[in-house]
Design a protein around this ligand. Sequence first.
Ligand SMILES: [Fe+2]
Ligand SMILES: [Fe+2]
Length: 489
Amino acid sequence: MNVTTSFLEKGILLSPEITKDPVLLEKLSQIKNKYLKAGVIINKVFLRKIGLLEEESTTKVKVLFSYNQKPGKITVNDFVSYFNKRFELLSSFLRQRQELQRVTSINRLKNMKHRETIAIIGLVFDKRITKNNNIILTLEDPSGKINIIISNKKKEIFELAKEIVLDELIGVEGVVAGSFVFSNQIFIPDIPFLKELKKGPEEECVAIVGDPHFGSKAFLKKEFNDFIEWINQRKGSEEQREIASKVKHLIIIGDLVEGVGIYPGQEKNLEIKDIKEQYDLFTEHLKKIPKNINIIICPGNHDIGRLSEPQPPLLHKYTESLQSLPNVLLLSNPAYINIGATKDFPGFDFLLYHGYSLIYYADNVENIRARGGQKRPDLIMKFLLQRRHLAPTHTSNLYVPNPDSDPLIINKSPDFFITGHIHRLSVSNYKNITLLNCSCWTGLTEDMEKRGLEPQPAKVPIINLKTREVKIINFLKEEKPELKNEKIL
Ligand SMILES: [Fe+2]
Ligand SMILES: [Fe+2]
């Protein structure tokens, strides 16, 4: 006899919201006999009343962007259209500047007089340093290419030019000199300055978990379990439990599992060798998180599915257990969401990106490399915001050349820019945008050592949307015996 019939025989009705949800159906066996009287209707309200279902989160998460296009066959023309589209979208940001109101297309420069002042916009096709330590950039727009000379005597623009990477879009103001342009000014798209730090009306918190890597031998089980205990308000100081009580959203920024076959010889470092089992274990842990907390998840490069960005949401047969959780929202990488909007408040925009490209810029931008490279996710994130692109250089990530749009363009200034992948914790502010790179739950592995990563594991940044304070709770056992929180911002 199925469960619905047995309840019907007792004169108890089950609402469709219960019968259609396997998680809620499981709860039926936990209902005490004293509640099972003829005439009772079992629905979510009833389950909440008898304490078997927690209150749903009152603030909603609005998805502003999550990539869901089906992959098609990619041709060379797609790459051409993709770069033309990128040129069109990024140049629209630069054209808002006074100095770039009258831009000339590159093929028209050959008709210009010697020493005539011009302004152009182009993608950086090539960059080299001359014997005399000047920089030559080859700029390209849809009409052609031109060489730009940046003299080392012009200190300010020379410093800016040193940071320029291939394929990024810049504007140049300068004078024509034969087949060259001598640059007087360089412009990058950048984001506008937000006049004030936006603060929300509600005392609610967003916790962020970076790179759990379930299935790895180096996964920090005890620490992650302590995190689960804390979020249930069963562990930590009084202040820490109070913070946990205000958490309404949890963002997990990719690399949920260690994956299989990610790098040669990975198998010997795996505690769980089956990808589905890795996701099942991850799901078991998420089930222990209070159901009134929205869990927002992006994939990372260790997760199942394609590596090319945008990576689609984790709607895969191996992640079925994860998909069955009622409070989980699976999004693409990157994704944009809005949290905390009310009738009178626009909410906060979050740009979520796992961060595959970050390491390229840590290694290839002199200014970032010299100041700590991968240990400075704050500088890398600022660099990307200034370029308004999550991976401006062709080789810094794998990507789908979408001919109609470039989903890696930072179209809209977010309030929060969240990344992971580097396994380090960093909280900073750029033009009133909070930048957060979000730790990990794995100790140092052979693979990380090879890639020059120095992890800062088991730390959870928690954003208070009312005060904009970010507090960090440190769950790492060896480093500090007690859970410790540090006020960072
Ligand atoms: Fe990772
Ligand atoms: Fe990663």
